[in-house]
Design a protein around this ligand. Structure first.
Ligand SMILES: Cc1ncc(COP(=O)(O)O)c(C=O)c1O
Length: 396
């Protein structure tokens, strides 16, 4: 940038990352409070309210364990509490995060079988049934799915996977990562027959990074009792001895609970159906813009299967010879807008726009405007009028 180029020093830093996401003012205000003893009688109602509210968002009446740690902590806690060394899991390939969860399991001595998929189209769910039917001796102890693959912008419908497990009459546990779907996409743990749900605080729940959790069915708790992978800080049985909290082997992060309490109140005020509808509307606005940009050999949707596009993150494939990271630098440097980069093998090839959490149409238009201006500044070929298409959709 030369001296004549305006530096965006004033105004809000617009956040279009697919997590962490914008932290709304009521959450910031709630966290910014003097801390109190986690055994203080004033804290216990807050603790219980957060557990109850989070269970409503997850759609479960069963168990919930929370951890001080990001989503990886919940991944690790879930695997180690449910599995024993040498057991096998079936991972549905969806992108970087399904790969990473599998790598973590392998590091713990778990055998990982993968159902491969075309990342742009999404997995053929019938292959899950075939893999389970082939497993006559029931070596596979758990089927692991990332509901919303944050790297590729793909959604896998958990209810359809459940139907395949049932059709194969296989006893495997069903584990679902909802880190970038919870409080953004429709989710119903108990109705969909899910045994363990992994989630985190920093996306749809509009809080800082650092809290994560697992909700567990009765079948999951039964499996936990004989699971032998090493654990202590994350051990659900140890947590259950820590009365009156039932979770947290160490100090309970009181201020993180204030933030979650505020966010859960906001979600309940809006109503979960409205939250889901808003995410769909915002993501569809982004997709309308990308459809226009893709003209003239411009950037296009990474996900080519309309039935599987994510409503919380859109992954956008750059034209050959153009770097997503260079574009992101222009978007950030010129317009103070933060976007997500490509992960793993997609690094540099894509960029990602998140609409998770505390966003509305006007904010999304600001983000799309910054992207469209930056495409022009960087000389990336594209069809003109993406923002106008999103405006027409939002106004319609
Ligand atoms: C789907 C999914 N799973 C797992 C993770 C890992 O969570 P964390 O980065 O909070 O450890 C992420 C992070 O973005 C994610 O999007």
């Amino acid at each position: 940038m030369d001296a004549a180029t305006p530096k965006p020093l004033r105004g809000r830093h617009l956040f279009a990352n697919p997590g962490p996401t914008n932290i709304p003012d009521p959450v910031l205000r709630a966290i910014d409070r003097p801390t109190i003893d986690f055994h203080d009688p004033d804290f216990l109602p807050v603790y219980r309210e957060v557990f109850a509210g989070l269970k409503r968002v997850i759609g479960t009446r069963h168990h919930l364990f929370m951890y001080t740690g990001s989503g990886h902590a919940a991944w690790e806690a879930t695997l180690t509490n449910l599995l024993s060394p040498g057991e096998t899991i079936l991972v549905l390939d969806s992108g970087y995060f399904s790969e990473e969860w599998g790598k973590m399991a392998a590091a713990h001595g778990v055998e990982v079988q993968t159902v491969a998929a075309d990342w742009r189209h999404g997995i053929e769910i019938a292959k899950v049934r075939a893999a389970l039917e082939a497993d006559r001796s029931h070596r596979i102890k758990a089927v692991c799915v990332v509901h919303n693959e944050t790297a590729t912008g793909l959604m896998i419908p958990p209810a359809e996977v459940r139907a395949e497990i049932d059709a194969a009459k296989h006893p495997a546990l069903f584990l679902v990562d909802t880190i970038s779907s919870l409080a953004s996409l429709e989710f119903r743990m108990d109705d969909w027959g899910i045994d363990a749900v992994v989630g985190g605080s920093q996306k749809g729940l509009m809080n800082p990074t650092g809290m994560s959790f697992t909700a567990v069915s009765e079948k999951g708790m039964e499996a936990h009792r004989s699971a032998k992978l090493g654990r202590y800080y994350f051990d659900w049985s140890v947590m259950l001895t820590r009365k009156p909290h039932d979770s947290f082997v160490g100090t309970v992060p009181v201020n993180a609970f204030y933030g979650l309490q505020a966010a859960l109140k906001m979600l309940e005020e809006e109503g979960m159906d409205a939250v889901v509808a808003r995410h769909h509307r915002l993501a569809e606005g982004v997709r309308r813009a990308v459809a226009i940009w893709s003209g003239n050999n411009g950037p296009q949707l990474f996900c080519t299967n309309p039935a599987r596009v994510s409503d919380s993150v859109t992954t956008i494939l750059m034209p050959e010879g153009h770097s997503g990271d260079a574009l992101r630098r222009t978007i950030r440097g010129r317009f103070n807008v933060s976007t997500g980069g490509g992960l793993g093998t997609l690094s540099g090839k894509v960029f990602r726009l998140g609409v998770m959490g505390d966003l509305n149409e006007a904010m999304v238009l600001g983000i799309l405007g910054a992207v469209e201006m930056s495409l022009g500044i960087d000389g990336v070929p594209h069809g003109k009028g993406g923002v106008a298409a999103a405006m027409a959709y939002f106004a319609g």
